[in-house]
Design a protein around this ligand. Sequence first.
Ligand SMILES: [Zn+2]
Length: 225
Amino acid sequence: MPTAGGAVDVVVRVSDRARRLLLRVARDGSGPVVVVPPGLKRDRVAAFVISQAEWLQGRLAALPARVPFVAGQVIPVGGEPVSLVQGGLRGRAIVRDGAQLIVSGDPGLMSRKVTRWLMAQAADTILPQRNAFADRLNRPVDRIRIADPRSRWGSCSSRGTMTFSWRLILAPPSVLTSVVAHECAHLVEMNHSPRFWAVVATLWPTYPADDAWLKQHGAALFHYG
Ligand SMILES: [Zn+2]
């Protein structure tokens, strides 16, 4: 749809449970979605979206700006600001030099390379912490997966396989550790009972503040890349 700020794509999602038209803007930057009850005519949906243009524009303008992984951008890595710097066009290396991340090669590949590097940093940070917590709980460990889930920061299967969001490496270190402690506590309690939270508290006593940080600032981590 056209707005003063330029054209905006709105995804149409038909939902059996929807009772009325609903326009949503997720804070993760995934774009506006209009939820439509079944059987509604296309032009009614279009008219509704256009009637909401001003509201939509306001919502989109209020979202934090995207931070693409291109030269000149600064991203937080383990709590430290790191500048993305284009290295030599010939090389392929990606090297951290203090507060700089120097990415050689085709600038068009920088985003993908930085994402892969951050995933590796996340794995290198999370794995030893996970192992140490599991040791303290005297529980066997399985592999970990580093992925980009949209709805949760970590998960733990009944077999003890854990998945973590690579975006945790963009959060302060204690926030990342709090998520690791949370998933490790699931090795003991596969629920969110008071017993579960007692285990989390023994592993990582600052978890309430860290989890609160994630609630407040977590959506902004999806604006990177
Ligand atoms: Zn949980």
